[in-house]
Design a protein around this ligand. Structure first.
Ligand code: COA
Length: 337
């Protein structure tokens, strides 16, 4: 049975840096650098200009990941795309990226797993490769959060946390004994509304409220993402450490056997709590949250791209990844690099 290894990885972020102070001075949000840094570890994030969609931000990351895998776009057998800030409600952004890559009929599938996207996609893509159905899978997470944030004091508990960014990996078939070794996913739909954007509701008639003239009207609570921060925090800290422990246990390993652990970059405090609970030393747990904020579907491939570029990932290393987010959904994976 072939195995699936990561043959290329790359990231892309917009040029514009928005610091915590900029949120106060440019956007007029009643917040401050200390509050944000203490509670989230975020110092700055990137915002894309109007006119740039999730597939646009994804394109350079996807192209570079394909190049680094020493492939051409035509060699990609399927695109797995993840975003919670797509250009359209439907179709998904995967087909837009497919066109921008110059591909004609390559299948493109959007996975709607928000922060856990990368783990869900890694499991899906690796399974397709192991089944012999495909040889090269492009996995791309890309977010244009800046378009969907309530950048006012009313939205500060959510708006200060998220940023724009894209990360891509290519998964390729190999006969070598390396690559994705184990993955484990989870979900608990009881908490579907603890972190959600409910801009429409197909149970209602019409699905978006209308005024007397038939124009759609959306209240701020429906227009912007809503988050029960304390609930997210509590579940993220307990579930991420459990997911990682269970994952390594199925391989008869312990957390100490891991060389590098990539956490979803949602919140530095969450990650520090999980790291402490697992007893992981700082050198095994890289972070990029301070520079990019939470880029949801893109955090892990972005962090992986930085680690690979910095030479922190070497062949033979055991690299684990773990994420938690909206749904609630979560996932963990172990990769033999
Ligand atoms: N700046 C300043 N004050 C803010 C603020 C901001 N950006 N956001 C909220 N506040 C205020 C609140 O209005 C509240 O004021 P009040 O006491 O006068 O009502 C106070 O700070 C405390 O708010 P609360 O929401 O209880 O804060 P918290 O300590 O729970 O921290 C989070 C908020 C979001 C940082 C925290 O809940 C968290 O980290 N949750 C996890 C979020 C996450 O990681 N999400 C992504 C998952 S994928």
């Amino acid at each position: 049975m072939p195995k699936a290894y990561i043959s290329g990885v790359a990231m892309n972020v917009p040029d514009r840096v928005v610091t915590n102070d900029d949120l106060v001075t440019e956007f007029g949000i009643d917040t401050n650098d200390d509050w944000i840094v203490q509670r989230t570890g975020i110092k700055e994030r990137r915002f894309a200009p109007a006119g740039v969609g999730a597939s646009d931000l994804a394109l350079p990351a996807a192209q570079r990941a394909i190049e680094r895998a020493q492939l051409d776009p035509d060699d990609i057998d399927i695109i797995l795309f993840g975003t919670l800030s797509p250009e359209y409600a439907f179709p998904g952004s995967g087909v837009l990226l497919q066109q921008k890559l110059g591909l004609r009929e390559t299948p493109a599938m959007d996975l709607r797993n928000a922060c856990s996207f990368f783990l869900y996609a890694l499991g899906t893509g690796a399974s397709m490769i192991e089944a012999g159905a495909v040889k090269n899978v492009l996995v791309v997470g890309s977010e244009i959060h800046s378009a969907g944030l309530d950048l006012t004091t009313r939205g500060r508990n959510v708006a200060t946390i998220f940023g724009d960014g894209a990360g891509a990996v290519v998964l390729s078939a190999t006969d070598e004994d390396r690559g994705v070794r184990r993955w484990k996913l989870g979900a608990d739909g009881r908490y579907a509304e603890a972190l959600a954007q409910r801009v429409w509701d197909t149970r209602a008639r019409p699905f978006i409220p209308q005024d007397a003239d038939g124009n759609g009207i959306v209240s701020p609570e429906l227009m912007w993402a809503q988050m029960d921060g304390k609930k997210v925090y509590k579940h993220a800290t307990t579930i991420m450490s459990r997911a990682l422990r269970e994952l390594v246990a199925t391989e008869r390993l312990t957390v100490d056997d891991l060389d590098l652990v990539l956490f979803h970059q949602a919140n530095m405090r969450i990650n520090q709590a999980v790291q402490a609970e697992l007893g992981l030393p700082d050198e095994k747990v890289p972070h990029s949250i301070s520079r990019y904020g939470n880029t949801t579907a893109a955090t892990i491939p972005m962090l992986l791209a930085e680690c690979v570029e910095a030479g922190r990932v070497q062949k033979g290393m055991k690299v684990a990844m773990v994420a938690f987010g909206s749904g609630f959904t979560w996932g963990a994976a172990l990769v033999d690099w």
